[in-house]
Ligand binder design. Structure first.
Ligand code: 147
Length: 640
């Protein structure tokens, strides 16, 4: 048996001192929204859906989020999709739209202590005649809080406009509106943008009294381009809690290094007391922007397949060992040996004043190091439990591993830390690593059809992923009974991302030769479209989509179009059929066979085109801007 000599580790002393000062910890968590990234989660079958939710929210099981931030939908694209508004048109209040209420309820059911935070990216165009910083928008947020109350949800934090700066008097008006409507306990975050707001909060007492938390995005650098987590002196001197109110934007596995650094270093460098990862899950198909970002990959409700990411376990290294309200111990937090390259550690003490946890990350270390801990200041000198995640490993068995307990001697103990890992040493118990696992990946099979008749009004039809506008289940018009899908955005929204026509996508990117058909009703003059072979969706520039379209307008004008990600639209064929008119049902179909594309209206072929630019892709619906068209009886059959 060969003997390997133990390397001589550099040793560093760390005192975990319960008498140290430090800020109150607010929590780590993630963002559902900004947007559409959670869309397919609600369509997962059980038991997989419940397993994913357990991995996200159940204490002592997985990521165990302490804060869930959700989008306040605005019927407009907010990155990877559009999320529905609770008030599409003035007065049309419905508190059961979309999936964010459901997600918040599922989170609270698993962890009643989870904090909830709402933020808008965009808004329906009726608000303030297109002006976000309006009284309409304040009333809209108060209505949203009322909806939350109907759902039995208490909202802890509310923001303004994601990454669009701030308006001082609007925030002051928001504070007074919340107070006078019974929401005095809701804390306001400003401005979910950069640090500019800190100067005004620091210098303007009236503004300062309207803002509870200064929340900044990517304060340690965007994605993996991290340097120091910087905060301006105005932020520190404002006395406000400081948050990294959005961070991450990285792959569900590859983002783990950045998260490990960011959670610790945000506090060490900048006294930031919350870290919110964007987004919570990747529940979108792979043709949409940021398809693998989040804590888990959940893109296939039809197969039930899901994968919990390394990010979830790195977050667990903090969340399972702390709680909002714990206190950082400043003199027991810093860089190992004072050198950023060695890694970092932060210590927090429990509200019971005895328990503590220290989270250590060695993302940039080049060698093993020995840490000699000394526990003092009234903290427990009892058994120390050790959990670790090997962030350099691709094997999930190396994440969130419970190592042997340590019994301190006279309050002292040692731990050797390897490079590229996160360790948590703690006197708390109750941690755990869930064991549920989903099935293998699999394509969505054809034929597929949906009459929408079993769906509840206000919900999103199964698998339909809105990109722009809001395609929602509603009672059919035009004298038809049953349920249909209706595009609910009646005018151009206040955008966050580039404005496009309302459209929504469904299905598998591998679908090649197929016929998609649907009944369509136009409520006013304009057009409706069936999309086919839709694949890459761009989110910058013109936010174009690679797809074929059959566009038919109320006048009877039809066209077969090819669009691309640059926003270019080419007419492949066009003509006129008998006028569709309004409030009448018609049937459209679009068939793909190799390079032949055939369009039909009411069962008769109107034209065809030869093009093979796109060989496969999803189906979809689209409308002209503001057209509240209805759709029914979606059917996709293989072959022409
Ligand atoms: C954020 C948005 O708030 C999210 O909705 C999502 O779009 C996310 C994707 O990374 O990005 O906005 C940012 C976009 C770019 C930077 C920072 C935030 N950036 O380049 O520093």
């Amino acid at each position: 048996v060969a003997t390997v000599a133990e390397p001589a580790h550099a040793a560093t002393s760390v005192t975990i001192n319960g008498a140290s000062g430090g800020r109150t910890f607010d929590g780590v968590g993630a963002i559902s929204g900004g947007g559409g990234n959670s869309r397919l989660l609600i369509d997962y079958p059980e038991p997989e859906r419940g397993q994913i939710l357990d991995y996200l929210f159940r204490p002592g099981y997985g990521a165990s989020l302490q804060i869930l931030k959700t989008e306040i939908g605005g019927d407009t694209n907010s990155t990877s999709g559009a999320e529905p508004s609770h008030e599409h048109t003035r007065g049309d209040l419905n508190c059961n739209r979309g999936y964010e209420w459901w997600l918040m309820e599922q989170a609270k059911a698993r962890n009643p202590a989870i904090k909830l935070y709402g933020l808008a990216w965009g808004a329906p165009g009726w608000i303030g005649n297109g002006n976000f910083w309006s009284t309409d928008m304040i009333n809209y947020l108060v209505s949203w809080l009322g909806c939350a109350k109907q759902h039995g949800l208490t909202i802890d934090y509310l923001g303004g406009w994601n990454e669009r700066g701030y308006n001082v008097s609007w925030y002051e008006q928001l504070r007074s509106a919340l107070n006078s409507n019974g929401y005095g306990g809701v804390k306001i975050v400003a401005a979910d943008s950069d640090w500019t707001v800190a100067g005004d909060v620091d210098s303007n007492p009236a503004f300062a009294s309207s803002v509870d938390i200064i929340g900044t995005h990517y304060p340690c650098g965007y994605r993996s381009a991290q340097t120091t987590c910087t905060v301006p002196s105005s932020a520190t001197s404002s006395g406000k809690q400081l948050w990294a109110s959005e961070n991450g934007s990285d792959d569900y596995n590859a983002g783990a290094n950045a998260m490990a650094r960011g959670i610790n270093r945000g506090y060490i460098d900048g006294k930031m007391t919350a870290y919110l990862n964007w987004p919570v899950v990747a529940a979108v198909t792979p043709n949409l922007p940021y398809p693998t970002m989040g804590l888990a990959l959940t893109p296939e409700p039809w197969s039930g397949s899901y994968t919990i990411g390394k990010n979830a376990w790195v977050m667990a290294q903090t969340s399972q060992f702390t709680a909002p309200g714990w206190q950082y111990l400043d003199s027991s937090s810093g860089y190992i040996g004072g050198n950023r390259g060695n890694g970092s550690y932060v210590s927090l003490k429990s509200t019971n004043k005895s328990d503590y946890s220290t989270v250590i990350e060695t993302m940039d270390a080049g060698a093993a190091q020995t840490l000699n801990f000394n526990v003092t200041g009234g903290l427990s000198t009892g058994t120390v439990h050790v959990w670790s995640t090997n962030v350099n490993s691709a094997n999930p068995a190396d994440y969130f591993v419970h190592a042997a307990d340590i019994t301190p001697a006279n309050g002292s103990f040692s731990l050797t830390v390897q490079p590229g890992r996160v360790y948590t040493v703690t006197t708390t118990t109750g941690q755990g690593k869930g064991t549920a696992a989903g099935p293998a990946r699999g394509a969505m099979s054809l034929p597929y059809s949906d009459s929408f008749d079993s769906d509840a009004a206000g919900t999103e039809a199964k698998y339909l992923m809105d990109w722009q506008g809001a395609f929602e289940v509603a009672s059919c018009g035009g004298g038809r009974t049953g349920m249909c899908v209706r595009q609910m955005s009646a005018q151009a929204p206040i955008t966050w991302d580039p404005l496009t026509d309302p459209h929504t996508l469904l299905g598998d990117l591998s679908w090649g030769n197929y016929t998609v058909s649907s009944d369509v009703l136009l409520e006013k003059s304009g057009y409706a479209e069936l999309l086919g072979r839709a694949n890459t969706q761009s989110y910058s520039g013109a936010a174009g989509l690679n797809a074929y379209h059959l566009r038919v307008s109320d006048t009877g004008a039809w066209s077969i179009l090819s669009s691309n990600t640059s926003g270019n639209v080419t007419t492949l064929a066009h003509g006129t059929t008998s006028a569709l008119g309004t409030n009448r049902w018609h049937t459209l179909s679009l068939a793909f066979s190799g390079s032949t594309i055939t369009a039909s209206v009411d069962g008769a072929a109107v034209g065809s085109a030869a093009d093979y630019g796109y060989a496969a892709g999803q189906v979809g619906y689209a409308t002209s801007q503001g057209e509240t068209a209805q759709f029914d009886n979606l059917a996709i059959t293989p072959g022409p």
